[in-house]
Design a protein around this ligand. Structure first.
Ligand SMILES: [Zn+2]
Length: 278
């Protein structure tokens, strides 16, 4: 009788551990442990890093020094959080080309080479090894004239009580700050029904969509100033051409450009494509 009881208890404990083992990967996928999940160049669970990242980002972007992704910063920060975001940003930026330095090079630096994530095995596993070295786009706005980057790509935020990941970049800037075509292409949508900059109904407000030539990139500019469009639907545009001005029409709380890029219906990190060297 006593033996049967002991066996039952052992069985219950074993079953419990087996269940935990089986459920752990599922819970991790569901984000139960709130570890940051990395997806094609961006980090989905990022609310705890958002403020510090934006402070750092603003320092470098407003001086047009170049872009380093949050994914890249967290790659190092999460394995050694005595490093600061600013320090990692600085280390990962090539001053000449204004591009991110390939991660294999960073991992040769004394500061980083002992980190576990810099072992060859870990580097091979990481999608960080796929660098965004190709920079086909011009700047959508003169970054030195913006007030701040108010929201980054895939930033976790609460909109109307719903948690969402922001599908583009928000650049806060004075009304009518010029907005530029980032590629050669055709304007597939130039929609300016909003006649007052304060008009708030409708999500994207006044909007321009450009389909880039020789690639399937689709670029969206939202919340534009009433009647500020310098082009009409169907127009051919060239890279660097001024197309409209910043506004706050639609679902927007202040003058800013919402800039969004997609390729084959998949959202992309538009800043990773910008050439800062020109
Ligand atoms: Zn936005």
């Amino acid at each position: 009788m006593k033996n049967a009881l002991t066996i039952s208890i052992v069985m219950i404990i074993l079953t419990f551990f087996i269940l935990i083992l089986l459920l752990t990967p599922l819970l991790m996928v569901l984000g139960f442990f709130n570890s940051s999940s990395i997806t094609d160049g961006y980090i989905l669970q990022n609310s705890q890093y958002a403020d510090e990242y934006k402070i750092t980002l603003n320092q470098y972007i407003k001086k047009e020094e170049g872009y380093v992704s949050l994914e890249r910063i967290l790659y190092f920060y999460q394995s050694n959080n005595s490093l600061t975001f600013k320090e990692i940003y600085e280390d990962n930026l090539d001053k000449e080309s204004k591009k991110m330095i390939p991660i294999s090079k960073i991992c040769k630096m004394d500061k980083y080479k002992e980190l576990n994530i810099c072992s060859n095995d870990e580097l091979d596993k990481s999608n960080q090894i796929k660098e965004y070295q190709d920079k086909p786009f011009a700047k959508p706005i003169n970054f030195s004239s913006i007030k701040s980057i108010s929201s980054f790509f895939m930033e976790e935020r609460i909109t109307f009580g719903e948690k969402e990941n922001h599908n583009g970049w928000d650049f806060a800037a004075p009304a009518l700050t010029p907005v530029y075509a980032t590629c050669d292409g055709i304007a597939t949508k130039v929609s300016f029904p909003f006649k007052a900059n304060t008009q708030k109904i409708g999500s994207n407000g006044n909007e321009i969509v450009i389909k880039c030539d020789s690639s399937n990139y689709i670029v969206t500019y939202a919340h534009l100033y009433p009647n500020s469009n310098k082009i009409k639907q169907g127009d051919v545009v060239s890279k660097g051409q001024a197309i409209a001005g910043v506004g706050t029409t639609g679902n927007s709380t202040g003058n800013h450009l919402h800039y969004q890029v997609s390729l084959n219906n998949k959202l992309l990190d538009g800043m990773s494509l910008v050439d800062f060297s020109t």
